[in-house]
Write a protein that binds this ligand. Structure first.
Ligand SMILES: Cc1ncc(COP(=O)(O)O)c(C=O)c1O
Length: 477
């Protein structure tokens, strides 16, 4: 008898969160329950998730940037169904898979610049791991430079170039020779490159944590300095790529031509894990030097047929549906709409971003009563204010958002690129109501902060062996 998926889901749905807490990750379930994200979704389509009552939830999280084309896009689904029905000869391994060749060609045409070879992976972190390996072998040098606040994944190599100490703490020594430099500081970069031992500088053109972007001039100059020093430039487009910022890839805003570009997340339309290292023939020839070394870097699932089909269908949907142009227009509408509220809300510092990769940053107010609330919240937990925005957006307006990292007063938006003006307006109107409530102290909005802090304290005393994650930290990957 085939698996009766529908019946299985119906049977276990009532205990979804308990089951996950029991067998997968109880700490995450505590966080979800604390911030009101412990929903039971039963269906997803386009920019919406739906619960059992049929209520729609506007998804401005997009699975951390996976669903650029919206959820369950019918054209990607249909391509995948046809691939399954075709009974393709998949993962023969001692073979040159046709679909991998086609996707490599199509993807490289979108990335452009100097890259002309692709290695397929199963995730973003695996793409970055490979990029670091390639850079070290191709240059014969040991060191890697990365930016403050950088996020390139959480396997040990990628973690070694993570610019947030919270993620690295207690995991021991990682890849040697990795060094964090301040984003935008050419002097530090120059000084380090002068040592002639740097294999690569790895950067996100738009940082996921906090949505920080360096000056356009910095990227150009950094590229020139790296090239002069024989250092490779790795650009991590895992989150910022695939149309998210209003160009196929974010580095294209800055006119730079990296030696390696890593891609993942939305490349599969959210269906099948996939990633890619796009790099130059020159690097290829230094890594895969001979027939003996033809699989010196390799994996089992990397070029699997379903991932390749999902990739091809995703590229086509982005192009056919004008999603890149839409990301630019909708991103501007949201950023302008939020910034227009600044004169009315003193804690609203700015909205910024590129396309639909958006940060909304808050800052300390001037008026005495609000200042008291701000100080109180920050004394309990730095970064809690972001959750005071995220929680009511979900609770009162059914909109998913996230805090943008540790110890920052930033809420991040990553809507699918298919949103239209009515979705953007739903967000803007909800955000305005949340801001109005936050600017009344004392008031209901501030008790959210208090409740979150108390819930965290309670959770950590209940189980002193496993300290509860701070409530501001909805993990953002
Ligand atoms: C810029 C960036 N690089 C790498 C990664 C890691 O990707 P994955 O979670 O697929 O390993 C992420 C994940 O959020 C990311 O945002």
């Amino acid at each position: 008898m085939p698996l009766n998926l529908e019946a299985l889901l119906a049977e276990y749905r009532p205990i979804q969160h308990d089951l996950f807490a029991e067998y997968v990750n109880p700490q995450l379930v505590k966080v979800l329950r604390t911030i009101g994200y412990d929903k039971t979704y039963v269906r997803a389509e386009g920019p919406f998730l739906y619960d059992q009552a049929g209520l729609d939830y506007l998804d401005f999280l997009s699975g951390y940037g996976v669903f650029n084309m919206g959820r369950n896009h019918p054209k990607i689904r249909s391509a995948l169904k046809s691939a399954i029905d075709a009974e393709l000869p998949n993962m023969i391994q001692m073979d040159a898979p046709l679909l991998a060749g086609i996707l490599a060609k199509e993807l490289l045409a979108k990335v452009g610049g100097r890259v002309n070879t692709v290695f397929f992976t199963n995730s973003g972190t695996e793409a970055n791991e490979g990029a670091l390996k390639f850079a070290r072998k191709a240059t014969g040098r040991p060191r890697i430079l990365f930016f403050d606040h950088a996020f390139h994944g959480l396997s040990t190599g990628s973690l070694a170039v993570n610019g947030n100490t919270e993620f690295r703490k207690d995991f021991g020594d990682l890849l040697p020779g990795c060094m964090s430099i301040p984003m935008g500081c050419l002097d530090t970069l120059r000084k380090e490159l002068a040592k002639n031992d740097v294999a690569a500088l790895i950067l996100e053109p738009v940082q996921g944590k906090g949505v920080y972007i360096a000056d356009a001039a910095y990227y150009k100059e950094a590229e020139a300095l790296c090239r002069n020093a024989g250092t490779l430039l790795i650009v991590d487009e895992v989150q910022s790529g695939m149309g998210r910022t209003g160009k196929w890839f974010a580095h294209q805003h800055f006119g730079i031509t990296p030696d390696i570009v890593t891609v993942a997340k939305a490349l599969s339309g959210g269906f099948i894990p996939v990633g890619a290292i796009c790099y130059t023939k020159d690097i290829y020839s230094k890594v895969f030097r001979s027939m003996e070394e033809c699989v010196v870097h390799s994996n089992t699932f990397g070029r699997n047929a379903l991932a390749m089909v999902a990739g091809l269908a995703s590229l086509k949907v982005i192009e056919d549906e004008g999603l890149i142009e839409n990301a630019a227009v909708m991103g501007k509408k949201i950023v302008d709409g939020v910034n227009a509220m600044k004169p009315r809300f003193e804690m609203l510092r700015e909205a910024r971003g590129l396309g639909l990769m958006i940060a909304i940053e808050f800052g300390e107010p001037k008026s005495i009563s609000l200042k008291a609330g701000w100080k109180l919240i920050h004394a309990v937990n730095h970064g809690l204010f972001g959750q005071m925005v995220v929680v009511p957006l979900m609770r009162d307006h059914r909109i998913l958002t996230q805090v943008a990292g540790h110890h920052v007063d930033i809420v991040k938006l990553l809507p699918p690129l298919i949103i239209n003006a009515s979705h953007a307006d739903r967000f803007l109107s909800a955000f305005e109501q949340v801001m109005t409530a936050c600017h009344r102290f004392p008031g209901a909005a501030w008790s959210v902060g208090k409740d979150l802090a108390m819930a965290a304290a309670k959770a950590s005393t209940k189980n002193s062996k496993l300290p509860s994650p701070p409530p501001h930290h909805l993990p953002e990957l």
